[in-house]
Each structure stands twice: as C-alpha cells, then as structure tokens.
Write a protein of this length. Structure first.
Ligand SMILES: [Zn+2]
Length: 344
C-alpha cells in the first residue's frame, strides 16, 4: 500500500495547487506508476488559461509521462514492480462501432476513460491502457525522452492520416511544440518539410532537429514563400498547427491543385470557418482533420523513440521539480519555453 503523495491540482484556470492526496492503488489488470518525468503540453496550457470541456475542475493535471511500476494489480502479467515504463493516457475500448471499423481514435469511450494526473508522484494506469498502450522503457532511453510517447503518437497519427504522397513538399504552419515535432518527423519520414513560425529561437530549434527549411512568417509572406519553393504550384500538403482561425481559412490557398490540407491545431468549439467552395471542388483540395491517435500510432511512436530514430530532447526547455509546476505554467503563459519536464 502506498501512502500519501503530492499531486498538482488545477483548481481553476490560472491556479495550480500542490496537494497531499492518497496515492492510487493498482486496480485489477492495472498498474501504479511512480512518475519519473512528465511533460507540459499545449493542451495543458489551454486548460490552464481558459478551462477545458473535458477537464471539470478541480482536476488532477498532466498527461505525458514515464516512470517505474510501483504496484501491479491482480492479473497483470506484462509488467513487474520495478519495470521502467512509458505509457500514453488513453486507450480504445475495442468493442464499440468505431473500434470495429478501424477508427479507434474515435472510440466512444477513449476520452471518458483517459487518465490525468501525471504531475504527481504516482499515477494509476487502468487495465485497458496497460494492455494496449504501455511499453517497457529501454535502458538507453531517458525518462524525459520516453515521456514524449504521447505527443509523438499524436504526430504519427496526424501524418499517416493525411496520406501525403511520397516526395511531397509539406508546409507546417506554427512553431509550437507540435509544429516542430511535425516538421522534424516529416523530414525523418522522407518528406520535404517547410516550417513557418514567428519566433527566431523556435525556428533555430527546428533547424537543430533536422528541419531543412524554415520561414519567418513575420518577415516573409507565407503564400509567396511557398510559391517560390514549389515553382509557383503551392505545397503538396499543409499541416495547420497554430490553432488560429485566420491560418485555417488561408490554408486551402497555400496548397497546389489536388493538395491536402490537414487541420491539426483545434479551434474553440464555437468557431465557424469559411473556405472558397470553388477551390475545394474545381481544384480538388482535400481537407482532413486528424484527432488523437490509435494503438498502431503509439507502437510506431514507441519504435521511433526506442530505436533512437528521433531525439525529442532539444524540445525540452528545462527540467524542474514538482514544486515548480505552478511557476512553470506562469512562464508558459507568458510565452516562455516550448516544453518543460517535471521530475516529481
Ligand atoms: Zn471503442
């Protein structure tokens, strides 16, 4: 039995408190993970700033993590106490209509059965996640790198879902953590990625991750820049990672005839967007909008990390102890840093 633990609670937007709460117990088929690294993420920042429909407050906080198995419930055979593990915070049910039609990212219970509370000493991981979306962390991979399993799964799913043709030139709009991850992984997959951003240090960071072409959107018009890089055609593909309505609405103009626009960065639920119907119809511009990820994408992300095909560590601005979670979100809210690693 584990006793009390410290857990960061998002009490209301803008207010995080470190509280002493009972540590979780391992449920049948599930495990309790002693968190060794947890990452901040854009979704967390959104919830911190303005609340989140999926996170009624007060709520445990944080969802990207890795750690060690501290307890295993009855019937767990894949993991033993002491194993280092990397997990994502959700898994599909395997039984609903969507799971039966190969669209597990849309599983009707994948959101309601997800777990939160990675900014804590321990987190409970239930059976359905242990069975599908937990992996043993290789000894040569750091806990911080392993905690990238969840964001990388989102990006793997996003790129595969868009279905870009081999050799495509893909514009990535936005130099946040997800924009940079997309551009770096596209490059790794053999596509030509062009990253558009507005902050010099982030564009430099993308370069250090192997992104060959970056464009400062403050000084260069994206439409003109894309035309000049594609002999006037427009990009073969585009991934929207800013979550800004004006960028969503401009996106179909930036791809070539027959190009693909993928909207990754979500807009507020009440947003309405407008596109030229002629552009979609006569120019066959295809619009897609990937959501979440599948267990297959998680496995692929695991392989990329475990085989050191992809090193995400340059994205980590700083590593801090659990007591600094509130301070870290103040800094993120002020525009500082990309991702912080919390070590509880
Ligand atoms: Zn399902």
């Amino acid at each position: 039995m584990l006793g009390l633990m410290r857990s960061a609670i998002l009490v209301e937007p803008g207010r995080i408190e470190l509280r002493e709460v009972p540590a979780p117990q391992a449920p049948p088929g599930g495990i309790v993970v002693r968190v060794r690294a947890a990452l901040t993420d854009g979704t967390d920042l959104k919830a911190y700033r303005r609340g989140h429909p999926q996170m009624p407050m007060p709520t445990p906080f944080g969802h990207e993590f890795s750690g060690d198995v501290a307890a295993a419930g009855a019937g767990v055979s894949r993991f033993n106490v002491g194993d280092a593990v990397m997990c994502v915070h959700s898994a599909p049910c395997g039984a609903c209509y969507w799971c039966g039609h190969g669209q597990e990212e849309l599983c009707e219970s994948v959101m309601s059965t997800k777990i939160l509370g990675a900014y804590a000493e321990y987190i409970e991981v239930p059976a359905h996640i242990v069975e599908q979306n937990c992996y043993r962390k290789p000894p040569g991979l750091s806990y911080v790198a392993a905690a990238f399993l969840e964001p990388l799964s989102c990006v793997v799913h996003s790129i595969e879902y868009a279905g870009f043709a081999k050799g495509s030139t893909v514009a990535v709009m936005g130099d946040g953590g997800f924009g940079i991850l997309h551009a770096a992984l596209l490059q790794d997959y053999g596509f030509r990625a062009v990253l558009f951003g507005r902050r010099e240090e982030r564009l430099a960071l993308a370069r250090s991750l192997g992104v060959g072409e970056v464009v400062d959107a403050r000084t260069q018009d994206p439409a003109a820049a894309i035309r000049s890089l594609t002999q006037g055609r427009g990009a073969d593909g585009l991934i929207e990672c800013t979550g800004r309505q004006d960028v969503w609405e401009q996106a179909p103009q930036l791809v070539r005839r027959g190009g693909v626009v993928s909207f990754f960065g979500g807009l507020p639920a009440e947003a309405r967007v407008a596109f030229s119907a002629a552009r979609l119809h006569y120019d066959e511009v295809r619009l897609v909008s990937p959501f979440h990820f599948t267990p297959r994408a998680v496995r692929r992300a695991y392989e990329l990390l475990a085989q050191h095909r992809f090193d995400p560590l340059p994205l980590v601005t700083q590593t801090v102890p659990l007591a600094q979670v509130a301070a870290v979100f103040e800094r993120l809210d002020g525009g500082e840093g990309v991702k912080f690693a919390i070590e509880p």
